[in-house]
Design a protein around this ligand. Structure first.
Ligand code: ADP
Length: 491
């Protein structure tokens, strides 16, 4: 099958969170099965160009219709660890992808509406006719809308779209100008509840809703989150739209790429290890302590890795930090915030705790450090308010780092409580789960983890090893996505 992925991120060239991992990991899995996979991405100025091989011009003069005129683009292509990627490079005064960052500008919606249009225009003009276009999140929600309202009449009538929602919180809404810009000209048609009109704001067009209404198949990134989005406020206003399209909506759990995320092969960690030489994990702990100037001791090491965003339960992370220090437990955090208030808050904490030998807060995005922390920590906390899938707990399992998670979204599908899970026998349980979104619940679960570490070290090590044997590779989700592609391409 011939599949084109369209997305705003792809690890490791451009990654803000799990979306980048998923786009790359799924592409690699599909390629390894013999499918032809190509990726179309914006050409950002802030990409990791050192991860792109053989970058060269692939299409010179691509004129992408935009408002009444057109924006002149070129398309470059290169290989990202074996995956063929096309990068759209618009040459206009808007400098859409030359902002030194991926997200967070006032006109993000217009930037990515343009990208969606340009990606389709590129397929059209270059004669590429994939069986399936797989697009992701609000940034490419307008792709199926434009495909089925415009491009299918210009020679792309056989293409089908799979649309994956990684986060319902960010839906991409904008006024009528986005219709004028993209050429979806009948405002009265699109501004209806069945079409693209935002379910909360009748003056806005909702990109994600467009993706749901028009794609041939829609999924989110775990079965439990699919249920939450349909039936709870986690759907962020899209519940009625999902209900109307429930026959083509489902949940497919993300995988991770064990070629990148495995302590057996990871070249970014101090010492590789596996279940058989699990004792080598402690060498990574020692290395991390040296790097962060933490004192050497027999205390456990608790970590948090993630975007510093309200979604991730920032007050709980903050509380966990002081709870750990109270319990003579070391704590490290790696995160970056796009909201300045959260950034300032953690910078304040960082300065406040600067001389504490049991704690380190690293504020920023550092892939290599993330690997070191997964390998070094004993426990990782994931106290999210909501979590569509969550990769940090899945990665941690592979590194023998025990997850303590809140039972929401994909965390419910991946972590099974050591003491209380009734659906899994003791020998397949892999972490600790709490449900209420308050400090007492967090302390109770984290406290149980720390008690096990101190009182029953052999059992704690056994629990960590039980996590390591879980297979959350792309194998099963790869089967499921191929099943979806096969299903929609014959429709
Ligand atoms: P989300 O997609 O909501 O950000 P996920 O848990 O699905 O959360 O994926 C997070 C991914 O981003 C993981 O690969 C994690 O290691 C990585 N990550 C998050 N924050 C950082 C950071 N500050 N530095 C390095 N990697 C990070």
């Amino acid at each position: 099958m011939y599949v084109v992925q369209m997305a705003s991120e792809c690890a490791p060239v451009i990654k803000a969170g799990g979306l980048g991992d998923v786009v790359f990991g799924l592409s690699r899995e599909l390629t390894s099965r013999g499918h032809c996979v190509e990726l179309v991405l914006p050409k950002y100025d802030c990409m990791r160009y050192d991860h792109i091989w053989g970058l060269h011009e692939a299409y010179r003069d691509l004129y992408v219709p935009w408002f009444g005129g057109a924006i002149h683009c070129s398309v470059e292509c290169g290989w990202v660890h074996g995956q063929l990627c096309f990068f759209i490079d618009p040459h206009s005064g808007d400098r859409y992808f030359n902002r030194g960052k991926v997200y967070g500008d006032w006109d993000d919606q217009m930037r990515f509406a343009f990208f969606s249009k340009a990606a389709l225009e590129f397929l059209l003009k270059s004669g590429k006719r994939p069986d399936v276009i797989h697009c992701h999140d609000w940034q490419t929600g307008l792709v199926p809308v434009m495909l089925f309202e415009m491009y299918q009449y210009h020679g792309m009538e056989k293409q089908r779209v799979c649309y994956t929602i990684h986060n319902f919180k960010h839906q991409g809404t904008w006024g009528v100008e986005v219709l004028q810009a993209t050429g979806l000209n009948r405002a009265e048609y699109y501004f209806t509840p069945e079409q693209l009109m935002d379910n909360g704001n009748p003056m806005a067009i909702n990109f994600m809703k467009g993706g749901i209404v028009y794609a041939n198949y829609v999924n989110t990134v775990s079965p439990h989150h699919a249920w939450e989005a349909r039936f709870t406020e986690v759907g962020c206003g899209l519940q009625p739209t999902l209900a109307a399209h429930q026959s083509k909506f489902g949940g497919i759990l993300n995988g991770i790429d064990y070629g990148i995320w495995s302590p057996e092969v990871d070249d970014q960690i101090e010492m590789t290890f596996s279940i058989d030489d699990f004792e080598n994990k402690v060498i990574n702990k020692k290395a991390l302590r040296e790097r962060f100037l933490l004192r050497e001791s027999n205390q456990p090491l608790v970590a948090f890795i993630g975007r510093l965003d309200q979604q991730k339960g920032m007050h709980q992370v903050h509380h966990a930090l002081y709870y750990c220090l109270d319990r003579e437990t070391q704590f490290v955090m790696l995160g970056s915030a796009s909201e300045s208030s959260i950034n300032d808050w953690f910078w304040h904490e960082k300065l406040f705790l600067n001389d504490n030998p049991d704690c380190h807060l690293e504020i920023g995005f550092q892939e290599e450090l993330a690997h070191m922390i997964y390998a070094a920590a004993d426990i990782i906390i994931v106290p999210s308010n909501y979590e569509p899938c969550g990769l940090t707990q899945i990665i941690s399992l592979k590194y023998g780092t025990v997850p303590v998670v809140r039972g929401v979204g994909g965390l419910v599908n991946t972590i099974f409580d050591w003491d209380y899970d009734e659906t899994h026998p003791l020998e397949t349980r892999n972490g600790f789960v709490f449900y209420q979104n308050d400090r007492v619940a967090l302390e109770s679960a984290l406290g149980r983890a720390l008690d096990l570490y101190h009182n029953e070290p052999q059992l704690f090590a056994q629990l960590a090893k039980q996590g390591m044997v879980y297979d959350y590779s792309w194998k099963t989700p790869g089967d499921q996505y191929v099943g979806v592609y096969e299903h929609i391409r014959h429709k």
